[in-house]
Design a binder for this molecule. Structure first.
Ligand code: AKB
Length: 316
């Protein structure tokens, strides 16, 4: 029987495209999608789907046993902005779901885990430019705290209990399929949608807030390349720094204006500005580049070309 893959949180921004890619690579019957509800019908109907609350250990364990799942991608999480509104829910979901899959791997029910970390592990005391792999991590958001603690647990489960867990500190991810929800970098997706549908965007970050970002195609490829890398090549079992592009809201606005000259923007920073200010502007990902040959393909202009093209097809 072919080993199966389970994606928890498959209807989210990354989960949607990860599930589709894994189904294309491994066959749809070998990739089980799961989420707390069926909000993405296209995904739900594209192969096996289970309703699973990521906080429910028994539901995850039963699904892994029933389908003979060997690899789990745990993509369910409350992100930075939502986490500030619901701190206990963020802690509960982000930590308990991780313990559930780590413990299933410890007990040899599953063999390999992907768990996403984030640039949110960094904080105001971290070097802002070319943030190194190993550096000060004093996050100021609940989400960042859950990711930092999660990284420590991943490394612990690997070193002490032999669990094969792999992770990336994702930057903000830009995509044209499922929308992100509850993050600080979400503006960089929303701005493209508003450029096509509205001609105007009211940005919740200031014009010069530079943050690390990545196009979804690169983010998915990074994830799959890390999961395929030989275990002995991996020197990091907390989470790898990953870099692609860094830009400000003004940079992305100007890039869109090359296609939509009449597009307009206003800036009205809200509580998310303080979160953005606490994060790095750029990331040094040389360890990922050395260990598993990571290299990004999309720069800002290539990404804008693709985003505008795909969103025009969707809306026009
Ligand atoms: C967020 O903005 O919270 C996320 C992240 C950087 O992890 N996109």
């Amino acid at each position: 029987m072919t080993p199966k893959i389970l994606i928890i949180g498959a209807c989210g921004q990354i989960g949607t495209e990860l599930t589709m890619k894994l189904r294309e690579l491994h066959g749809k019957e070998n990739v089980i999608a799961s989420d707390i509800n069926t909000r993405n019908l296209e995904l739900v109907n594209s192969g096996p789907f289970e309703i699973i609350d990521a906080k429910n250990f028994n539901a995850i364990r039963d699904c892994c046993k029933n389908y003979k799942v060997k690899t789990v991608y745990l993509m369910a999480a409350l992100l930075s902005a939502t986490g500030e509104k619901y701190p206990m829910e963020a802690w509960d979901l982000n930590m308990n779901s991780l313990f559930h899959v780590l413990n299933l791997a410890k007990d040899k029910v599953i063999e390999r885990i992907f768990w996403p970390s984030s640039i949110a592990v960094f904080g105001p005391t971290t070097p802002k430019i070319n943030t190194p792999q190993h550096t000060v991590c004093e996050p100021t958001t609940v989400y960042g705290i859950t990711k930092q603690v999660g990284e420590r647990w991943c490394e612990y489960y690997h070193n002490k209990l032999g669990v094969d867990v792999r992770s990336i500190r994702y930057p903000g991810i830009i995509s044209h399929k499922a929308l992100p929800g509850g993050g600080t970098t979400d503006y960089a997706v929303d701005i493209y949608h508003k450029a096509i549908t509205n001609g105007h965007y009211n940005c919740f970050l200031s014009k010069d807030s530079e943050l690390p970002m990545i196009f979804m195609e690169d983010a998915i490829r990074a994830t799959l390349e890390l999961m395929d890398a030989p275990s002995e090549k991996l020197s990091i079992r907390s989470a790898y720094n990953l870099a692609a592009i860094s830009f400000t809201p003004q940079d992305v606005f100007e890039s869109i204006k090359n296609y939509i000259p009449e597009f307009e923007i206003t800036y009205n920073p809200d509580f998310r500005q303080a979160i953005a200010d606490s994060w790095p502007s750029s990331i040094d990902d040389s360890v990922a580049r050395t260990d598993w040959n990571w290299s990004h393909r999309f720069d800002l202009d290539a990404m804008t070309t693709e985003m505008i093209h795909k969103l025009r097809l969707k809306y026009e």
